[in-house]
Design a protein around this ligand. Structure first.
Ligand code: UDP
Length: 323
């Protein structure tokens, strides 16, 4: 089996490539390195089953060749990270809408199954916890840049499911909740790599808002295992699945835990959302996946508790900081 991973040099993509190679599959990565990094896949280059192309998914000719070479497509290429989304809304919308459209078209021509990586952002400001795949979605107004990400990924979902219904292209949609682990960059705002870096360098830990907002963090290794299982099964076509962890922690307690685990001298400081992102920025207080469906279908288990994940991220960031 040969898999094409768009966005394969990113955080999740590089872990997926690693897992596929480990079970004996071949992998072709297509990534324009806009937010991904070549260092994420450097250790894979020695594998004879691994190849990569540095190009844009929007380059239709290159994409068509890549699709031709592969049996299945994991479409992970997207603009991600709340900071990036707020700072570059045009890029976010264009990348997410156009990128997915060209991937689905190319896949449809060759009838290659596509797994679309979507996001828990599509649940928006919903307060009905936990979020289930069939719930209504509550997205904020269009003058708040954050919601463009949710909307663009939601359109991707609609388009993918339309390709299944109308053209019988096998697709499956995975809504990834806060996914964390080694190699995730803090550059685009993600909280855990940021806090760990700040703690290891004894800098202030920047908690946005009150810190009472809660998140549930899933380990990237568990998540990529689920992506592979969803791709492998032939009965997932046209289906949407939540993937993540349902054990919550407040952001303030996360900061405290990271300080404790790193033995840091950092102090916690609070920064308003307006300063951290943009004026009028809206955050959700809670975001918890209902995992009943994915448990039922593939026996999914989130195997890594938060402490375990943090230990791995701390070890990784410590190694990165060494001269
Ligand atoms: N956050 C924070 N400090 C940071 C980065 C993020 O307090 O330096 C908060 C952010 O406002 C959000 C939560 O941590 O409430 C998770 O942020 P992240 O960007 O990792 O993911 P999100 O859940 O927003 O997609």
């Amino acid at each position: 089996m040969k898999a094409l991973i768009t966005g394969g040099s990113g955080f999740v993509g590089s872990h997926l490539a690693e897992a596929l190679l480990a079970r004996g599959d071949s992998v072709l990565v297509l990534d324009n390195l806009s937010t991904g990094s070549i260092t994420n896949i450097a250790h894979l280059k020695k594998s004879p089953n691994f190849a990569y192309i540095i190009d844009d998914v929007m380059n239709r000719r290159v994409l068509a060749e890549a699709v031709d070479e592969c049996d299945v497509i994991y479409h992970l290429a997207a603009a991600v990270g709340v900071r990036l989304v707020v700072e570059s809304p045009v890029r976010t919308i264009e990348t997410n809408l156009e990128g997915t459209q060209v991937v689905l078209e190319a896949a449809a021509k060759k009838r290659k199954k596509v797994l679309l990586a979507s996001t828990s952002e599509v649940y928006g400001k919903s307060t009905k916890i936990p979020f289930s795949e069939t719930d209504d979605l509550l997205i904020g107004p269009s003058n708040k840049g954050r919601w463009s990400y949710a909307c663009s990924k939601l359109m991707d979902e609609f388009l993918a499911i339309a390709f299944w219904k109308e053209r019988k292209l096998p697709v499956v949609v995975a809504r990834l909740f806060n996914t964390v682990g080694p190699r995730q960059t803090g550059r685009y705002g993600m909280v855990i790599p940021n806090f760990v870096r700040q703690a290891l360098t004894n800098k202030p830990i920047t908690v946005y808002g009150t810190g009472r907002q809660r998140r549930a963090f899933g380990y990237v290794g568990d998540v990529v295992g689920a992506l592979m299982a969803l791709m492998d099964r032939q009965d997932t076509h046209g289906e949407v699945f939540n993937i993540g962890n349902d054990q919550e922690i407040s952001i303030k307690n996360l900061a405290r835990l990271i300080i404790k685990m790193t033995g840091s001298r950092s102090k916690i400081i609070h920064i308003s959302y307006d300063k951290a992102y943009e004026e009028g920025f809206e955050d959700m207080q809670r975001r918890v996946p209902d995992l009943a469906k994915i448990k039922r279908w593939i026996g999914y288990q989130s195997r890594h508790p938060l402490r375990d994940i943090l230990e791995r991220v701390i070890a990784y960031e410590r190694a990165q900081l060494k001269p």
